[in-house]
Ligand binder design. Structure first.
Ligand code: FAD
Length: 298
């Protein structure tokens, strides 16, 4: 029996764990991938206080890791496949094991939106990726195609421009939907080209990958070593049964209509998804979970 389990070791889960540990609890932190979550993909984080020159996402995660280590918080490399409620306790299916906890902080972030076009599922993980951190080693002679018009797509392009000869940003819209600062930096780059009003219709295997698209009046293909899809993300609540997700109410303090369950970070934040918000959410949920465990009113 555990007092608290945290699912996900991105910024939200890490912040929850740090708060609870310092408050005298011993949370169990479970992470199915790499500690740091989505932040590992960020090129240059300039809006997280404390780093006047900005810091790359991976380096910021390095700082988080040091803090976890100093406090003796161990992240267990385990994936939670499902959750059920048993007599007011949470029962987590974890690999071949079951973990029982009095309270639960879910900080599982988001999952990518698929395009649902031909070749996507076949080439996924080989030549096609949703996150930059998953791309294998790059060759300077290579090119990359990026699909998307938002902050993530433009951040990926700036990140990759130093590693490959050409980056093509394929976007459905006639204008980018990213911060104007990112758009200005992309315009200044010698080897990033944007392709507005261009809609992907299929992927094919070539030397690398061929991204077939339509424009207003013709078909056009991009041949690249890899293609990245950055076309939005949606909350990752897959560990819950569908009827629980449908009726889930998340309160301002991260608590829910299920006593002892707290939801933190991108998973609950709609379009307002940032590391700073996730960290604040993580701390808020930890404080709420602490009150719950002590039997105190919020
Ligand atoms: C390209 C890019 C650039 C960005 N730049 C910035 C920036 O400059 N500034 C900024 O503030 N934010 C930035 N962000 C956003 C920031 O990365 C996210 O807001 C932040 O990482 C959200 O934290 P989180 O902990 O809520 O979720 P995540 O970081 O997504 O972490 C969730 C974690 O939960 C784990 N998980 C999910 N399901 C399970 C399961 N069943 N079992 C176990 N573990 C599970 C995942 O593996 C993941 O590690 C950027 C994002 C991207 C993609």
């Amino acid at each position: 029996m555990n007092d608290n389990v945290i699912i996900g070791a991105g910024p939200a889960g890490i912040a929850s764990a740090i708060y609870l540990k310092r408050a005298g609890f011993d949370p169990i932190v479970l992470e199915k991938g790499e500690v740091g979550g989505l932040l590992l993909n960020a090129n240059l984080v300039e809006n997280y206080p404390g780093f006047p020159e900005g810091i790359c996402g991976r380096a910021l995660v390095g700082v988080f890791r040091k803090q976890l280590a100093r406090l003796g918080i161990e992240v267990q490399a385990k994936e939670v496949s499902s959750i059920s409620l048993k007599d007011g306790l949470f029962a987590l299916d974890v690999d071949d094991d079951e973990i029982i906890s009095r309270s639960l902080i879910v900080a599982t972030g988001t999952k990518p939106k698929c395009l649902g076009i031909q070749g996507e599922s076949t080439l996924l993980g080989k030549k096609l990726f949703y996150e930059i951190k998953d791309i294998p080693a790059l060759s300077w002679e290579g090119t990359i195609a990026i699909i998307g018009a938002g902050d993530a797509a433009f951040d990926y392009a700036l990140n990759l421009a130093d590693d490959v000869s050409q980056v093509d940003i394929i976007m459905r819209n006639d204008r980018p939907k990213c911060l104007s600062l990112l758009w200005e930096r992309v315009k200044e780059s010698d080897n990033i080209q944007t392709h507005p009003k261009t809609v992907p219709i299929a992927f094919e295997e070539g030397d690398g990958i061929i991204t077939k698209c339509t424009t207003e009046d013709k078909e056009i293909s991009f041949s690249s070593e890899y293609t990245l899809i950055a076309c939005g993300r949606e909350p990752n609540l897959d560990i819950f049964p569908k009827d629980v997700v449908k009726t889930l109410i998340i309160e301002e303090d991260g608590g829910t209509n299920i006593p002892g369950l707290f939801i933190a970070g991108d998973v609950r934040r709609g379009r307002r998804r940032q590391a700073g918000i996730a960290v604040g959410d993580g701390i808020l949920c930890a404080m709420s979970a602490m009150d719950y465990l002590k039997g105190e009113e919020p």
